[in-house]
Design a protein around this ligand. Structure first.
Ligand code: G3P
Length: 232
């Protein structure tokens, strides 16, 4: 089984560049990445991206906090393109589970990416509300967990085993911190991993020998010592 690589970015030029790379199967954005990309008008910026990226799946997130408004935004975002996945956070800012939103949209055949997932219990609740005939993604935030000293692997393994019989429901390794996360995601048969562009580029260096890594390391230290004209 192949672990697909998505690129976690909202920057227009980067999406344009990575859309042509065969290694990249899709894209994920979120409101923070949209802000970082300098988007002023959410819809216009997204439509500009979709002119370039109109085949590979791309997720755009709702940013409303009330369920009624989330639904309105979700229908709007879904209308932007056939390759669009609507990202819905697993809870709103009050901590209320977005189950009714997920169920209504998924039952209508709208492709969803349920985001900000940190526990297996959340995966179970999401899974119950998803229509198994509709394509959906569940995004588990590995890096943010690891940043807080927690091991992301157990929740991934349990979530993958819960959803594996449903070909339409995919588990996505989100919040990637390093290239080795791709190896980890492959080892547990995770369907998708989304990675920042820098980390995707590092995958090209896979397979490099320890001998040449030692040499590169020593050479770079030597080069910096020379550039700084260190002397003792
Ligand atoms: O797009 C969701 C997720 O991948 C964000 O990752 O780096 O902000 O923890 P990060």
């Amino acid at each position: 089984m192949k672990t697909k690589i998505f690129c976690d970015i909202a920057d227009y030029e980067t999406i344009k560049l990575f859309n042509n790379k065969p290694i990249v199967d899709g894209f994920t954005t979120n409101p923070s990445l949209m802000r970082l990309a300098g988007a002023k008008n959410y819809k216009n910026y997204s439509l500009k991206i979709l002119k370039t990226c109109n085949k590979k799946p791309i997720s755009f997130e709702v940013f409303a906090d009330k369920f009624k408004n989330m639904l309105e935004q979700a229908y709007e975002i879904n209308s932007w393109g056939k390759n669009v996945y609507v990202k819905i956070p697993v809870v709103n800012s009050k901590g209320k589970f977005t189950g009714p939103v997920i169920k209504e949209l998924s039952d209508k055949g709208i492709k969803l990416n349920i985001t900000a997932v940190y526990t297996f219990e959340q995966t179970q609740k999401i899974f119950k509300n998803l229509n198994k005939k509709t394509k959906s993604i569940i995004s588990i935030f590995a890096g943010r967990m690891a940043d807080k000293g927690k091991d992301p692997l157990p929740i991934f393994k349990k979530s993958i085993s819960l959803t594996k019989k449903n070909k339409n429901i995919q588990i996505l390794w989100a919040s990637t911190r390093e290239a080795y996360n791709y190896t980890q995601a492959k080892q547990i048969n995770c369907d998708i991993i989304t990675m920042p562009p820098k980390v995707i580029n590092q995958i090209n260096g896979f397979g490099k020998s320890f001998k040449s890594m030692t040499l590169d390391t020593v050479k770079s230290f030597l080069a910096d010592s020379k550039k700084s004209r260190f002397s003792l």
